[in-house]
Design a protein around this ligand. Sequence first.
Ligand SMILES: C[S@@+](CC[C@H](N)C(=O)[O-])C[C@H]1O[C@@H](n2cnc3c(N)ncnc32)[C@H](O)[C@@H]1O
Length: 296
Amino acid sequence: MPLRYGVTVGVADNRGVDVSQNQAESQIAQQRTALRWTGAVTSTLDVSVPHSARVWNYWLGGKDNFASDRAAGDQVRAIFPEIVEAARYSRAFLRQAVTYLADEAGIRQFLDVGTGLPTADNTHQVAQRIAPQARVVYVDNDPMVLAHARVLLTDPAGATQYLNADLHDSERVIREARATLDFSQPVGLMMLGVMGHVGDPAQARDAVRALVSFLPAGSFLAMSDGTATSERVIESHRQYNESGAAPYHLREVADFTAFFDGLDLVEPGVVPLGHWRPEDGSPKVVDGYCGVARKP
Ligand SMILES: C[S@@+](CC[C@H](N)C(=O)[O-])C[C@H]1O[C@@H](n2cnc3c(N)ncnc32)[C@H](O)[C@@H]1O
């Protein structure tokens, strides 16, 4: 049954992970009072339907997922077992891209759109290890990500903000992110594993361009997404999209690469996940691509 914040409903999944309404409400109340938190709590948390952030959390070995998420995740994995490596490589890409941006490119501000549930090495942790003063704004439209946002808001020396918003509402995202980020200075825009949720190619391109348009020269765009590069990944996502979860649309590599049009790609360019300045050895090739580019 859908759980809408403001209605008293308790939900437990079959592994005994409790998500009670009181818990969610109290987390949100604490976020409102103690942390930089913005956005209306209007979304519905429905644990009977798989959700992108929770299925992703399942593939990453996390515990913040429900039976419906695990069933959808297992269905994909049965056809395309490399999804687990793809998720792991995608998080490795986040580490490497943020490290590059904070260390080599000197970026001190990050806008992470399509944040997902907190896991190891979130953007602020990677950035603030290198530059403790780094400032990070997280943006996601999933109520469960909102309920976990407190973990993202530890605030050593820099600043972190969580914004409950849709990436299509770029004007609002930028307006509210101004509480933490200075848009006269370069920003690292992170859009990892999120644009697959926007099916229409023109709408997807416009959404990315709109966000990039608010950034000053010297800013960067880091992106990763699943790609339609094998029959197995295509079939696994066809089935996933029938599970009731928000559909995830795989793109051709050329269409993914086009997100970077007008920007200067950083070496090694657009490459398979795991191949962007790999941390260890020779990673497998999985059906997902990534890249980082600078706004001239
Ligand atoms: C597959 S997860 C990726 C999480 C994280 N970026 C990572 O790479 O580990 C996709 C995330 O995008 C979020 N998302 C999907 N559509 C969105 C939208 N229109 N606006 C904001 N967030 C969205 C989902 O809620 C989910 O948390």
